[in-house]
Design a protein around this ligand. Structure first.
Ligand SMILES: Nc1ncnc2c1ncn2[C@@H]1O[C@H](COP(=O)(O)OP(=O)(O)OP(=O)(O)O)[C@@H](O)[C@H]1O
Length: 310
């Protein structure tokens, strides 16, 4: 069973479809990167999943529980870290966790358990006002884990962290499904972030889910690219016109986009030969790493095009 499944999930504010017929599937024990620009509809989707907002239409199940029919039951399966922490900074981390623990009626042993998962057993006795932002984030995740909910929902968990804090958080998040025995839904507007942490990705663009799948598979399906640095880009373009590829130019030089399934070694050798025979000097020619950036650009471009033509 999928940890989260939505079907045609829609939320309209005024006349705007902020979340528009989203059908997503988050597999059990995945780190699912929910990716989209600011305002794309991530938070609104997550609020519907935890029962803070009612869908206008469509529905969702979290661990098999219907969020419309059983809002409280569904919310119980999710531990959430939303943007505002709401910690009492004059209290210790442990005391803050204890407030929530009592509210949920959980045994005292829960505190040590969650502090251990976030590697903060030693810091639990310090006041939250002395914590770094990264520690506060981890304390927030610890709080979300109280009662061991099978799904953790984290809204932009690296927001505001410094580069070291971000690297730590990424390592921590990658290991989280195993450490906490949970599925992790992680929202972000940063591609690099998702690329380095998630096993699965869903891209939301203007309220619509434009792409979803296992990250490794999506990358493998992406058309291979070859980067080229030459002395005369115009001439190189002329030489390579007529070949079955798309040529674009970016800050690093020319990029030849091949068809999915093309072997870039074979194509690189052929391009190199053609260019040299035509008198173009080739300074560098090499396959480019396939990145989520490429998937994201392609998916957003297709979605925008679709909207324009509707
Ligand atoms: N209660 C509301 N009433 C009207 N509009 C809303 C409401 N909540 C959100 N919106 C609008 O819906 C759009 C999507 O917001 P949402 O917070 O879901 O986006 P997001 O992808 O999470 O972006 P961010 O990363 O900025 O939080 C925004 O344009 C926002 O202004």
């Amino acid at each position: 069973m999928a940890a989260i499944e939505t079907e045609g999930l829609t939320r309209i504010f005024g006349r705007r479809r902020v979340v528009d017929a989203v059908s997503m599937c988050v597999p059990d024990r995945a780190v699912y990167g929910f990716l989209g620009r600011n305002g794309a509809g991530k938070t609104t989707t997550m609020k519907m999943l935890i029962g803070l907002l009612r869908p206008t239409s469509g529905g969702a199940r979290v661990c098999g529980v219907d969020v419309v029919r059983d809002r409280i039951g569904a919310a119980r399966t999710i531990g959430a870290l939303l943007e505002a922490h709401g910690f009492y900074v004059h209290l210790t981390g442990r005391e803050n966790l204890d407030l929530t623990r009592r509210m949920l009626g959980l045994p005292a042993t829960e505190i040590d358990r969650v502090l251990e998962v976030v590697d903060m057993l030693r810091d639990g006795g310090r006041r939250v006002s002395d914590y770094s932002l990264g520690m506060r984030q981890r304390l927030g995740i610890a709080r979300a884990m109280l009662g061991a909910p099978p799904v953790l929902m984290l809204d932009e968990p690296t927001n505001g962290l410094d580069p070291d804090g971000i690297a730590d958080m990424r390592r921590f998040l990658r290991a989280l499904p195993e450490r906490a025995g949970a599925t992790v839904l992680l929202s972000s507007h940063l591609l690099g972030e998702i690329e380095q942490t998630a096993s699965h990705v869903g891209i939301i663009h203007e309220g619509r889910l434009v792409l979803e799948g296992e990250l490794a598979r999506l990358k493998a399906e992406l058309a291979p690219e070859i980067g080229l640095r030459v002395d005369d880009a115009d001439r190189a373009r002329a030489v390579l016109r007529g070949r079955d590829l798309t040529l674009v130019e970016d800050a690093e030089g020319l990029v030849a986009r091949l068809r999915p399934g093309d072997d870039h070694d074979i194509v690189s050798a052929a391009l190199n030969r053609d260019l040299i025979e035509a008198g173009v000097s080739v300074f560098a020619i090499a396959p480019r790493a396939r990145s989520l950036e490429g998937i994201y650009r392609a998916a957003s471009a297709i979605a925008s095009h679709r909207q324009e033509t509707v």
